[in-house]
Design a protein. Sequence first.
Length: 658
Amino acid sequence: MKRIFKYIMLCNLILATMASCTDYLDQRPLSQLSPEQYLSTEDNIGAYAIDLYNTLPVHGAGSWGIWSMDNNTDNMVSPNASDLFAPGWWRVGQTGGSYEFSAIYRCNYFLDFVMPLYEKSAITGVQRNISHYIGEVYFFRAFQYFQKLKTLGDFPIVDKVLPDNLEALTEASQRAPRNEVARFILRDLDKALSMMQDIPPAGGKNRLNKDAVRLFKSRVALYEGTWLKYFKGTAFVPNGPGWPGKDKAYNSNYAYPSGDIDKEIEYFLEIAMADSKYIADKYALVNNTGVFQASANDPANPYFNMFGATNMNEYDEVLLWKQYSQSMGVVNSVVEFAAAANQGIGTTKSMLDAFVMKNGLPIYAVGSGYIGDVDLTKITQDRDPRAEIFFKKKGDRNLHSSPGPESYEIEPYPNIINSTTSMKYTTGLTIRKGLNFNGAFSSRDRSEVGSIVFRAAEAYLNYIEASYEKLGDLNADATKYWNAIRNRSKVGGFQLTIANTNMSKEGETDWAAYSAGSLVDPTLFNIRRERRVELMAEGFRGSDLRRWRSMDQMINTPYHVLGINLWDQMANNNEFKARNPGGLTENENVSPRTFSKYLAPFRIINNNRLYNGYRWHMAHYLDPIAIQHFLITGGGDINISPLYQNPSWSLTAGEATK
C-alpha cells in the first residue's frame, strides 16, 4: 500500500508540473506521462524543478503572502492573540506540526531517479542545461532542510528515497545534531553551485542562478553560527547541558567536526562572510531618491518602486523574484490590501521608533530634532527616509487610480475599531512597502506586483553582522557596506548613531537589544537595527530574533505591543473620530488611557491571553514534535522511538511546556 500511495503521489506531482521551462513558474499540466517517460528530457527535468519554486515564500493568490511574515514579532501584529507568547497555550499536537518530509521526499525522488541517468548521459537535451536544473533541485532540498533547521533544530538527514521497510524507516528517523543539518544544507548548496550556471538557461531572474544560491548560503551559515553562539551552554545546542540528543545512543558520543562549539561557530561565520562578501562586492544597491512619489508628475523613486514592480528584471539588486500575470491566472491581492489596512497586520510603535532621524541620531538623543508622535501626519518628519517612504500617513496617495472596494487611493486616518479584521488598523500604523504608484491591477485580487525572493542588500547586512560576530570589530569591508546602505538610505553616518545609542532606552521596546536576557553592545545592536529597518516586512524578523535568542527577557518581564499615540491628541481629532464611528470606548474597543497613551491592541478586553502582556518560554524557540511520529517510529511505544522531543516540550499530546 505504501508503494501504491507513493506512486500515485508522484504521478500527481509530475502531472502538475508539465510545462515548458521557458514560461512562468506557475504553469499547469499539459499532458500525462509516466515518471520514467517524464524524467528523461531536458524540458521535463526543468519543469519538475519549476514546481518546487512554489515552496518559496512569495505572494499567494488571495492571501497577504510574504508581507505578513513579520507578524507576531515586535515589528508587526495581527488582531488575533498568538499562542507563541502565551506560555501554557501552545501545546504538543497529536498529529501534524513541522516534522514532515513531503517536499524533501519530492527532491529525493527526483535526485534518486535522475542522477544515474545524468551520469550516464541518458537524458536528452543540452547537458549544461540539464545540470543546471538538477542543481536547482539540490537548492530546494537545502531550502526545505533550512526550514526544518529553523523550526526543529536537530532533524533526520534523509538524502534518498527509503525502502518500504519499517526497520529502515525507523533507523532513518534518528535526529542529526542541528549543526550537522546545517553542514548538510551547505553541502547541498555547494552541489547546486557546482551544477548551475551563472545565468539560468531560461526564465531570467524568475529562475535561480549561482549568486542567489551564494546569498542563501550566507543566510544559512549566519543563522547557524549565531544560533550556536547565543544558545551555547543550553539544551538547544549539541552537547549542551540537558541536550535531549545525548540520551539517545546514536548521539551519546557526538563530537563537533571542528573540534568544539567555538570552532564550529567560527566555521559557519567564515562561510557567511565569504559568500556574502562575494555578492556585496558584485551588486550595487538600487538608487533611492529619499522621496515618496506623491503624484504622477513627481520623479519616480527606483528604491520604492523595486518592491512594487510588476517587472523586477530591471533592478540589479534583485537576484530572484516571482512574476505574476493576469493572463496566466497567477495573481495576488497584495496591492489591494496594502492600499487599505494591510489586512489587519499592524506595524508597531517599536518598529517605527527603530528608524533614526535623517541626521543619524536616535529619536531620543539630545539635538535629534524629533518632533514626537502626537500628530499622525508628521510621525516620519525628518526621519530616516525609509520611514517616510514606507509608512503610510493620513493624506498620502496610495495609488494613482482607485484600486478596489477594500483600498484607499488617499490614505485616511486609521480605523482602529473596525469589526472586519482585514480592514482594521490594529495598531493604527501601516506600511506601503510593496505598493506601486499605478495600482497594476484591474479589479479585486488581481495584483501583478512581483515578489522579491532574494535581493543583494541582504548580503551587505549578512557580512556586517557575521564579521562583527566573528571579529568583534568593524573591518574595512563591513564599514564600506554599512556606509553604502546608509548612503542609499540618505541617513547620517552609523558611527553617530552608535555613539548616541542608549541601550537601556532601546531595551524598552526593541527585542533585539537583548541576547540571552542581557543587553548587547551598541555596535551590535545597531547592526541589528539596520537589518531590521532595511528588511522590514520581508519575513526576516522572526527567525532573526530566534537565532539571536532575543526573547529571554520576556520570561519574567511582560512586553506590551503598542501602536499610535492615541490619547495625547488623536482621540479628540474630529476627522479621526469620524473614521471610528461609535466612539472610542476604553476597555471595550480601545485600551484605556490609564494604561498608556499609546494604543495597546491586546489591552482592550480582559478576555484574551495576551492582556497582561507577551510572555516567553525557552521551549518556544523550537517547535514541539507531534506524538504521532514517536508512536510510528516506536512501534506504538514512544519510549523506544529513536526520536527525542525538543527541550522542555512534553511527550504527551495536549500538554504544554514542562
